[in-house]
Design a protein around this ligand. Structure first.
Ligand SMILES: [Zn+2]
Ligand SMILES: [Zn+2]
Length: 153
């Protein structure tokens, strides 16, 4: 009813350019290289944990977390700007004072899992992903081609 037909939301990537994804089948969280995902030659993404292909790896909680993280990042930038202004105006007649901290929005507990992800290079595709340390050791599937990797470096 008058709503836009689709809204495109881009998931922000981490400082190393990886995007957080979640497998809707097994619930595994992993990260893939944003540049690779933009590549049109990649059609299917395989879950590194269960090895299955899904249509969409962007789930509600991933989206929510991504937006909160992006929001907190912006808050930090704003605080830094304010603090700079405070410093710069210290000796001028115009005073600017920062009081208190902006209340940060609580990041979802899945962030802890997300931060524990380790980089892994899949030799089959010469591409990287970030996966759980446990499956990096015990074996995983290449998200880009689905080949099983036995975890031996
Ligand atoms: Zn899975
Ligand atoms: Zn591969």
């Amino acid at each position: 009813m008058g709503n836009a037909e689709h809204t495109e939301i881009r998931i922000p990537c981490d400082s190393e350019g990886f995007i957080l994804l979640k497998c809707p089948i097994c619930g595994a969280l992993f990260k893939l290289d944003a540049n690779v995902l933009d590549d049109d030659s990649i059609f299917d993404i395989y879950c590194p944990e269960c090895g299955l292909v899904s249509d969409s790896y962007i789930t509600e909680d991933v989206l929510e977390l991504a937006l909160i993280m992006a929001g907190n990042y912006l808050d930090d930038m704003m605080m830094n700007e304010f603090r700079k202004l405070e410093r710069d105006t210290r000796n001028s007649p115009l005073k600017f004072k920062v009081t208190g901290n902006l209340q940060k929005e609580k990041e979802h507990p899945i962030k802890l899992t997300v931060e524990a992800l380790e980089r892994k290079v899949y030799r089959c595709c010469k591409k990287e992903a970030k996966i759980k340390p446990i499956i990096k050791m015990s074996g995983s599937y290449c998200p880009y081609c689905g080949v099983q990797d036995y975890g031996i470096e």
